[in-house]
Design a protein around this ligand. Structure first.
Ligand code: PGA
Length: 250
C-alpha cells in the first residue's frame, strides 16, 4: 500500500484527480470504478475543471459505480445515479451509454447483480477503482463480516451506515435499508485502487486498514492483499498513523 498524506481535503482531492487524469490520458478507454458520498465530491469537481480547461476527454471512458440504494429510481435526489449526474457526469463529455450504476429498482435484484458483474467483465474489468471508507471500515457497502469472496450482491445496511448516511436524507427513516454493492472480490479484481479518506472520524478505520490484521470485521483491511493500492488522506484522517511531515508529498 502506498500512503499519501496531504495537508487538507482540497489537496487530497487534487492529488486523486491528478492520478485519475494521468490514467485517462494514458488510456483513453479507461474503465473507471467510481464512489459516491462526501469524500470524492471535490475530486469530481477537480476533474470537471480539467475537462473545462481542455485537459481531459471522457468520451471513451467507461464507468462503473460501486453501489446504489435498493428502491430508489434515477429521479430520486437521494439515489447515487442522481448524485453522479448532478456532481460529475452532467458536466463532462462522457458517453451516457458508458455509464454503469446498479439499478436499484430492478424487479429481480439477484439478476441485476449478475448482470452488473457480466457488464464489468465485458468491459474488460475495472482499471482503476476509486473508494471511500466508512467509519466501520466498509468499502462500497460491504459491511463488517461480509465474505471477502463476494461479487456484486444485495446488502443489508449496517446501523452505523444508516446513521452516517442519514445526513444526505431528510430523516433517518428515509434511508433505504438495502443496497446493491460491488463485492469485495469485485473490488479486489480491479487493477488499481485509490482510496480516499478525510476527517478525524475516519482516522481509526484508516489505522486499522493499514496496520491491523486482515479481518472481515474491518472490510478495508483486505486491501493489504491488493498489489496496487494508493491511499490518499488529509492530515486528520492520518492522525493515528506514524509518519513525519517529510512523508507528505503535498
Ligand atoms: P463518505 O462515505 O464519503 O460520505 O464519508 C464514505 C463511505 O461510506 O464509504
Amino acid at each position: 500500500m502506498k500512503v499519501i498524506v496531504t495537508k487538507s481535503k482540497e489537496m487530497m482531492s487534487i492529488n486523486a484527480a491528478h492520478i485519475l487524469a494521468s490514467k485517462i490520458m494514458e488510456y483513453p478507454h479507461l474503465v473507471l470504478g467510481l464512489a459516491t458520498g462526501s469524500t470524492p465530491l471535490c475530486t469530481y469537481h477537480e476533474l470537471i475543471k480539467m475537462y473545462n480547461n481542455g485537459i481531459l476527454d471522457f468520451s471513451r471512458v467507461t464507468t462503473f459505480n460501486l453501489d446504489e440504494y435498493v428502491g430508489l429510481d434515477d429521479s430520486s435526489p437521494y439515489s447515487y445515479r442522481f448524485y453522479m449526474q448532478k456532481e460529475f457526469f452532467d458536466y463532462i463529455n462522457i458517453n451516457q451509454k458508458k455509464i454503469n450504476i446498479p439499478y436499484g429498482i430492478a424487479e429481480d435484484l439477484t439478476e441485476e447483480t449478475k448482470r452488473y458483474e457480466k457488464a464489468i467483465k465485458k468491459a474488460g474489468g475495472i482499471d482503476v477503482q476509486l473508494l471511500g471508507i466508512g467509519r466501520n471500515g466498509h468499502i462500497g457497502f460491504n459491511e463488517p463480516k461480509s465474505n471477502f469472496e463476494t461479487l456484486t450482491h444485495v446488502v443489508e445496511l449496517d446501523k452505523q451506515t444508516i446513521e452516517d448516511n442519514a445526513r444526505f436524507f431528510d430523516s433517518r427513516q428515509q434511508v433505504p435499508r438495502k443496497a446493491i454493492s460491488m463485492g469485495i472480490k469485485t473490488i479486489m479484481n480491479s487493477r488499481k485502487v485509490i482510496l480516499l479518506a478525510s476527517g478525524e472520524n475516519k482516522a481509526e478505520a484508516v489505522k486499522k486498514m493499514i496496520y491491523g490484521k486482515i479481518d472481515p470485521n474491518l472490510q478495508a483491511s483486505v486491501l493489504q492483499l491488493h498489489p496496487d493500492v494508493t491511499v490518499i488522506l488529509d492530515k486528520e484522517a492520518a492522525s493515528q498513523l506514524k509518519y513525519t511531515e517529510e512523508n507528505w508529498i503535498i
